[in-house]
Design a protein around this ligand. Sequence first.
Ligand code: FAD
Length: 630
Amino acid sequence: MLYSIHFDVIVVGGGHAGTEAALVAARMGQKTLLITHNFETLGQLSCNPSIGGIGKSHLVREIDALGGAMALAADCAGIQFRVLNSSKGPAVRATRAQIDRVLYRQAIRFQLENQENLSLFQQQVDELVIEQGRIAGVRTQGGVEFRSSAVVLTAGTFLDGKIFVGLNSYSGGRSGDVPAIALSDCLKELNLPQGRLKTGTPPRIDGRTIDFSVMKKQLGDFDPIPVFSLRGNASMHPEQLPCWITNTNIETHDIIRSGLDRSPLFTGIIEGIGPRYCPSIEDKIHRFSDRNSHQIFLEPEGLKTHEYYPNGISTSLPFDIQIKLVQSISGLENAHILRPGYAIEYDFFDPRCLKSSLETRQIEGLFFAGQINGTTGYEEAAAQGLLAGINAARYVSGEAAWIPKRSEAYLGVMVDDLVTQGVNEPYRMFTSRAEYRLSLREDNADMRLTETGYKMGCVSEEQWIAFEKKRENIAREMERMKSTWIHPSMLPVKEAERVIGKEIEREYCLADLLKRPDVSYDSLASLTSVSGGNWRTEKELDKQVREQVEIQIKYAGYIERQTREVRRQQYYENLRLPANMDYSEVNALSIEVRQKLDKQKPETLGQASRISGVTPAAISLLLIYLKKQG
Ligand code: FAD
């Protein structure tokens, strides 16, 4: 051993999980070390150059509400912003940003290098140091031993990663990066339940060889320009670029079919299961054989590069087939491929071997976060990294773990899904996974989480002050909307017709008017310019405040109903099951259910109810047993 150095928390891996974990542990005052293969790939987007989208943007906003890095970095690196589902209800609206990869890496590295209490170290970790069932540190390839009482492992797709292009395969963590073989072997010795998953990426194309004139142009939103971070603003965004839309055709599909006999997926060489909702193009034409065309989005990879990401043709077909299939697509007839598409197969660990804090049940102080837990996606990884970092910091200082509830955050939904149900395919977030969607909106992530984050020490004083001001402004404006009355005599007929659709027949408060389907906060604000008076709505009020007031008033009935439902469920949901509970003592519980509970050791009755095969009848028996125990 060359030398040994002590830290409070060590984070292995500088991807999306690792950077959030390291930043938050350091923000919480722990002396933290982030060790990663290569500083140049800190915050690297391994696949698509975009952040957010449906379900995922909710996680990004939650990370942001807890002081995390992803949303701010996206604001500094976003080259096209859109709000998806903007015509639908606020629960499913989602922000999505096209990202300049280089700017994103720079923004993440800047945050890491300027974070107090955080040190960086570039080297491969080969071994975990475990003493008496507890983590004690890590050893690197170069023989350096770093010691700590908490380690967060975020190795992504690197554990025994294998890359496939057609029938060729080689070891790699992702294209251009070495795999983590020694660490994978070390983890195998721990006998944690594990498996193999796979994911894939499309070939990248030189934009100078694309004929954009035959494609449909897709611009971002400009009025207003969306912003990701609740601490950000549109002036942080760099230059904005369009994306382009084209389609596959019958010829493309024939070319793909002609290569299936050399496809690692279809010849069974790849055994790991891939993401069903993000299939390769060969999977798509196989599964949807009746379709003659699939849409392809050509997304710029950055401001200072000609590289384009053709979203929709992820593939691991042989390279000669990749060239033909790309060149069969309208506008890509002369396309030059800069990097081949490929699939990657890697080790993951069954997340049911984790507590809800993301600490492994088997080794005290060892936390897992990100793709290693069977998830896919930058946002899912970053959110887990943040949670693991918070809990590693709390573990070190002897505090109880923070476990966000399903009714509180998408982060709570994801972690609960993972630790109770495990994964049989890469897990990604969807709004449909959350039962309390209307309460868990992307617009109110700070209302749900920032106070908790501040109390835990992961939100800065500056963020807290801005949040408190916003919360006060919302409360004040809500009060004013409810207590400001408008008599018909105050409202000229023409104005009433323009804004409300008809004259008002009696006195209404502003909140009542806002509840009407076609009335918006801003339209009410426009009324005041004509009518004047002390019921004037504040046109200048911050956009985030206006949005909150509007949503809280318009959806008040639904939100209250959901809040009552959450309260009703809370008692059973949070009823704790003793860690060493002997399920054989619970009368009439079937052997199958007993075995499942013994294996998965749910922490609460709510978690037990979500384990597949644990019936409502079994939950009643557990409840009776717990009541008898007092
Ligand atoms: P990663 O981003 O993989 O980061 C892991 C980090 O750990 C790296 O910096 C690595 O260098 C470091 N590391 C690993 N082992 C060691 C070690 N022993 N010592 C030191 N450092 C180590 N997601 C989607 O949502 N949609 C997609 O279509 C999609 N396609 C993908 C295609 C490919 C080819 C790949 C590789 C990934 C794809 N992903 C996709 C997944 C997405 O990239 C990951 O979900 C996300 O990056 C996971 O973040 P992470 O932090 O867990 O790991």
